[in-house]
Design a protein around this ligand. Structure first.
Ligand SMILES: NC(=O)C1=CN([C@@H]2O[C@H](COP(=O)(O)OP(=O)(O)OC[C@H]3O[C@@H](n4cnc5c(N)ncnc54)[C@H](O)[C@@H]3O)[C@@H](O)[C@H]2O)[C@H](O)CC1
Ligand SMILES: [K+]
Length: 246
């Protein structure tokens, strides 16, 4: 039986604009090309924020809590692998389940995975029963069509596990361009979205799948948003790394 803490003290944040997949791809590209903020840096911030919410809401005060980390082969999986590293260092017993063979990991997530292997963190083929929390890092804003294959199987397994699920960026199966949920989609207890809420995430109609929504700062310069193809004006994180926004 999972006891859940929900004593998040950060202020309710209002007025954050939404961003769709194309906008976020532009942000990612310009972070690297214009500002030299490498993907590894963004991913580290993303994974640390995910681990922080996981720890503060579900794991704090427990002795060696078990966490299952579902990781896809892209950037979303990479962020979840960073969170796995942080949680393991904080005392969690972490088990990684990859959606595809390790050889299919994109280069930066592959680097994260290599670090975990070096730390001796368990990688299992079948998702284990009895964890206290599941991290959903299967698919982020690059969903293409309804989830299929092992990704779909892992989503279905997680939803039926009875274990709380914390999603990274979007619940896997949520389309960040249309704001719609595919079949199957992760039904999360909470989601940590990055930089700006992806389009549709704050819609009350998808709240049952998104859960409580947190926004994590990955240090996007305001000038980047202001000079995008469709400029965005953003309020400030004002000293907080993570805000609860819905
Ligand atoms: N600035 C940021 O917001 C940052 C975001 N990060 C994270 O990266 C993801 C986006 O990463 P990307 O590599 O583009 O792809 P995904 O991880 O979303 O998905 C990759 C993977 O998913 C598989 N896939 C897609 N559709 C399906 C499907 N229908 N069925 C099965 N499998 C599917 C496919 O194999 C793709 O290759 C973003 O959301 C953030 O979480 C960065 O970490 C930091 C900067
Ligand atoms: K996800």
């Amino acid at each position: 039986m999972t006891m859940e803490r929900d004593d998040w003290q950060f202020p309710w944040a209002k007025g954050w604009p939404e961003i769709d997949r194309a906008g976020m791809v532009e942000v990612d590209r310009r972070m690297v090309e214009t500002y030299g903020i490498a993907l590894e840096k963004m991913m580290e911030n993303a994974g640390r924020a995910l681990a922080t919410v996981a720890w503060r809401r579900w794991l704090v005060g427990r002795d060696a809590p078990r966490v299952t980390v579902l990781a896809g082969n892209g950037g979303n999986g990479g962020g979840a692998l960073v969170a796995a590293r942080r949680l393991a260092a904080w005392g969690a017993c972490v088990e990684i389940v990859l959606a595809r063979p390790a050889t299919a990991l994109a280069p930066v997530p592959a680097g994260q995975f290599a670090i975990l292997k070096g730390m001796g963190i368990a990688v299992v083929e079948d998702p284990p029963e009895g964890a206290g929390l599941i991290l959903d890092g299967l698919i982020g804003y690059s969903l293409s069509g309804a989830p299929i294959g092992r990704v779909a199987d892992l989503i279905t397994w997680a939803n039926g596990s009875g274990t709380p699920i914390l999603a990274l960026d979007v619940p896997s199966g949520f389309d960040a361009s249309t704001g719609r949920l595919a079949m199957p989609s992760v039904s999360a207890n909470a989601t940590v979205t990055l930089a700006l809420p992806k389009r549709g995430l704050t819609d009350p109609a998808v709240r049952w799948a998104v859960g409580d929504l947190y926004l994590a700062d990955i240090s996007v310069p305001p000038a980047l948003y202001a000079t995008m193809a469709c400029p965005i004006r953003t309020p400030s994180f004002a000293g907080e790394d993570i805000l609860r926004i819905a």
